[in-house]
Design a protein around this ligand. Sequence first.
Ligand SMILES: Nc1ncnc2c1ncn2[C@@H]1O[C@H](COP(=O)(O)OP(=O)(O)OP(=O)(O)O)[C@@H](O)[C@H]1O
Ligand SMILES: Cc1ncc(COP(=O)(O)O)c(N)n1
Length: 271
Amino acid sequence: MTTPKVGLTIGSSDSSGAAGIQGDIKAMASIGCYAQTVLVGVTAQNTTGVVARHTVPVEFVLTQLDTVLDDIEVDAVKVGMTWSREHIEAIGDRLANLGVPVVVDPVMVTAAGASLAGADIGAAVLKHLFPVATVVTPNVDEARLLTGIADGTPQQLAERLVQLGAPAAVVTCGGPDGGEWFADHGTSVAVSRPGHRSGAEHGAGCAHSALIVGLLAHGLPLLAAVQEATTRAAAGVRDGLVSLGRGVHPVDFLKLGEPFLFDASTTTEKP
Ligand SMILES: Nc1ncnc2c1ncn2[C@@H]1O[C@H](COP(=O)(O)OP(=O)(O)OP(=O)(O)O)[C@@H](O)[C@H]1O
Ligand SMILES: Cc1ncc(COP(=O)(O)O)c(N)n1
């Protein structure tokens, strides 16, 4: 047996199982990356939206973080939905000098359009998470909130995020038309991918950043990881579980929609 690559995701539970921590575990597993998890919050949500949320106290978030870091060595880290200024500051402090790539996905608006963060979150993300990030991965709406450029294009937004202190930024667009853009201090390029109209985009953004974590853990250079993750996230939308849910259906990276994964006639226990 070989030791798998290990990702750590710091974020929140999505009770529908598509996005958040649950989505990150599945996306990382799909590329052979073991996921450790630190929960910052819990949402009551389904494919139609977020109904309620509950926060884990900062001290307990840090206890989770210190406990996992003390044991299984991590190859890369993701920071997803982080709730409050206090949480963001504490997490940023702990990740400084960790010595592994950190992907910051500043989740503020879901694929179903629900707002997941207060107005003060943006400033805290810039101050405490940009300095520890290897790359930040907001969607266009989140990038506009972070930069204050209300009508910015993905290119303008990605370049501005780098000016604001992120070493690299990929602004995702979602939807069939795409338009993702990557920028760092030496590069500013479009990231292409196919577009799909499956309606299964719940969890796409979380998977995108979790896949970048897994690919960085495997040692890919950053731009290659971003391109590969973007293509794979699109495939997860294409293969999404369109028969599940009344809203934005879940993405799928594990071929859960394919019957051959479990065939009841092959069980050894007979009734
Ligand atoms: N309709 C689609 N067709 C193909 N790929 C898609 C589609 N929608 C999303 N994706 C893939 O998922 C990625 C993330 O999409 P999107 O920008 O919608 O995420 P998000 O959920 O808004 O992000 P965040 O987690 O930052 O809130 C895209 O970069 C793309 O690779
Ligand atoms: C707990 C949690 N974290 C993140 C998202 C973003 O989801 P998406 O990937 O669809 O933007 C979510 N809906 N819930």
